[in-house]
Design a protein around this ligand. Sequence first.
Ligand SMILES: [Zn+2]
Length: 370
Amino acid sequence: MNEENNLSYPHAEHPEPGTTIELADGVHWLTMPMPGSLSHINLYLLEDETGWYVVDTGLSNGETAAVWHEIFASALGGKPVIGVICTHMHPDHIGQSAMITEHFKCPLYMTRAEYYQARSFANSAPSHHSSWLGQEFYTRAGMPADYLVQLAKMWEQRSSEGMSMPTMPAGYERLVDGQIITIGKHDWRVVVGSGHSPEHACLYCAALKIMISGDQILPIITSNVSVHPTEPNANPLKDWMDSHDKFLAVPADTFVLPAHNLPFYGVRERLRGLISHHDDRMLAIEEACVEPKVAKDLLPVLFARELDPRQMMMALGEAIAHVHLLIHRNRIQRSLHEDGQYRFLSIDPDLSRRAHPGAHDAPSDGPVMV
Ligand SMILES: [Zn+2]
């Protein structure tokens, strides 16, 4: 058992692509490849008497489809896939949902917000970035005028890597918070979180003490929580922090099976760590905003490393998410200046008592955001 950051990891290595590891009775773990430093996504197979449920599916590219066909041939014991469950609408989770549901003529299970957002993004992405909304959003954040051109190039590259939004199955079965899905001998409860995506489904089995957490709870990477031009005044970090409070009710000895990094114990330690991480980031932003700042100026507070256009988009979205929760808490004021940019200013008279300049978490130099 490896231990790190108060968390423990019973398995030191991921399964090789095309192979599976049984983690508990009827719960099997596999990985699919991802480009870049992320390198993999974890998927899970849940065994029923008559077939298998798949949890998440990998990217929409030929490499991932080929690994799936190896799995179909070698790891399913001659039984079919009878359901595809996608935790949320990001391309590494839904990429093969159409292929698998088509291959086995089986249903896709998702929450309603995730399914319809996936469908709408598959049809429209990334046009919202080049619309007047996108232009206005990035201007207000202080970005250069050619930033949208840089983003357009990035989207082209992404779609060649299979990272763009795939076509979705034409219909789905809806998952709702609290719903019980019985698979084999076990009941799995749907637990919905929000912030990283609108209505992210996790699956919790009390008998096995296992939670399949998708990107809602990751042990090492911090999930991206971003404001985007599609909803420029959204407050996703509030949803994210509320979700962390909700998930603290999960029993402390739960074995968490995440979509990235390794399965781990220590769910409450991780959630409390993430809550204090975001609280610390917000306080660092308040301290930076004692002089008026635009969103772009806040990036060095959160990220130490140089960012490519896509990472910049996610980092900026994340900085704005932190600011929006601070505005909601009446700690930051936003004003629109003649140059078309928003300036943020700290307004809490109590800030000097709470502030601890120089004692914050160092800006993140981790390259990975999911
Ligand atoms: Zn995700």
